[in-house]
Design a protein around this ligand. Structure first.
Ligand code: MEV
Length: 395
């Protein structure tokens, strides 16, 4: 979090050489510069830690770790850490967020951290009776689940309810709905599924199958909106109204065509994943859930859409995305780079992190649609690519 209300002019980090940029970011985040240096000295992760994290480790694979300053969400300015190899994405997030910030910033709402543990049972002779017996045992099952995750219950979370579905041919599934609070939830949910499996199979009168969380967390949705006066979208080459009309038309294209919707959503995930990765969260889980959500109507649809207001004075954007993110547990404890990312962000909850990640995704989407519908993507994109190749990369 940055508290620069007293200094509404954002620092131009991109003009600073890297050591000075670290100084400036340390100052803005209230950290010692050494904290940034220590965490990033070995690409955010040292080999001994990597060795303890996975089997057969040989080393680590680094990515650029940048920050987008001034991403304002619900009135708070964040220094957003982003881990990504694509040259234009941090710049896109920064530029678009600056435009949104000048119009008041992003507004976010985040559902409670409800996740689902699935218990599958097959060879069930009487599925209707099985569902009834399991639902009647709801109080017992919730109690048993909470006995298995007492630490979570102490933090105010835990199992809340049970639901069931008949999947046909003697197969049923039981969902245990668990509030994970500030954890991503995978370990907690798998613990719950395994703790209840045998009892659920007994109640169902069938054979116990899979016990695992679902990565489709459709009760854990993050919604972010942005409203910009069309003038905020203009520059020396393009009038604001033309940019706004182009962005709204690009949104309709994605809403009507799944081929375009996939690329549109890729531009959103550029921002979301970069934050998810920097903060040590599970980006495969986020990706799987996001695309399931994009397909929930039966057709693949854009996660974010843009509309011009009736009077053509403002452009309104919105994103809706399931996000299972954590600020405790998982890789976070072990990973110095992820801990630094959270220290830069200064988020205090998983919900706050989800709001920032979704806002960053809406920002990269806005930047992409604006570029595509005005000058085309190559101009800005390739300038940054050329800088990268010209500066450092061996041929
Ligand atoms: C490139 O990484 C992302 C874009 O293709 C997104 C889009 O087309 O909206 C530019």
């Amino acid at each position: 979090m940055m508290t620069d209300d007293s200094n509404p002019t954002l620092p131009s980090l991109r003009t600073l050489p890297l050591p000075k940029r670290r100084d400036e970011v340390a100052r803005l985040a209230g950290l010692a510069r050494e904290e940034i240096e220590r965490a990033l000295a070995t690409g955010g992760l040292d080999c001994d830690t990597a060795d303890a994290m996975v089997e057969n480790a040989l080393g680590t694979l680094a990515l650029p770790f940048g920050v987008a300053p001034g991403v304002r969400v619900n009135g708070v300015d964040y220094l957003v850490p982003m881990a990504i190899e694509e040259p234009s994405v941090v710049a896109a997030a920064s530029h678009a967020s600056k435009r949104v910030r000048s119009a008041g910033g992003f507004k976010a709402t985040v559902d409670p951290s409800m996740m689902v543990a699935q218990i599958e049972v097959h060879d069930v002779a009487d599925p209707a009776g099985a569902l009834l017996r399991i639902e009647e045992a709801q109080t017992e099952l919730v109690r048993r689940a909470n006995e298995a995750v007492q630490g979570l219950v102490a933090r105010g979370g835990g199992a809340k309810r049970v639901s069931t579905r008949d999947l046909g041919d003697g197969m049923i599934v039981t969902h245990v709905h668990v509030d994970c609070r500030d954890a991503m939830g995978a370990n907690l949910l798998n613990t719950v599924a395994e703790a209840l499996g045998a009892r659920v199979a007994e109640l169902a009168g069938g054979t116990l199958g899979l016990r695992i969380l679902s990565n489709y967390c459709d009760e854990r949705i993050t919604r972010v909106t942005a409203s910009l006066p069309v003038d905020a979208l203009g520059d020396s080459r393009t009038k604001g109204i033309d940019a706004a009309r182009g962005i709204a038309r690009a949104s309709l294209f994605a809403e009507r065509d799944p081929y375009r919707a996939v690329t549109h959503n890729k531009g959103i995930m550029n921002g979301v994943d970069a934050v998810v990765l920097a903060t040590g969260n599970d980006w495969r889980a986020v990706e799987a859930g996001a695309h399931a959500h994009a397909s929930r109507s039966g057709a693949y649809r854009p996660l974010a859409t843009w509309r011009l207001s009736d009077d053509e004075r403002s452009l309104e954007g919105q994103i809706e995305i399931p996000l299972a993110l954590g600020v405790v547990g998982g890789a976070l404890r072990a990973h110095p780079g992820a801990r630094l990312a959270l220290a830069l962000l200064r988020v205090t909850s998983a919900a706050e992190l989800a709001a920032v990640a979704a806002a960053t995704g809406l920002a990269t989407n806005l930047a992409a649609l604006r570029a595509l519908s005005t000058e085309g993507i190559q101009r800005g994109h390739m300038a940054l690519h050329h800088r990268a190749t010209a500066a450092k990369l061996p041929r």
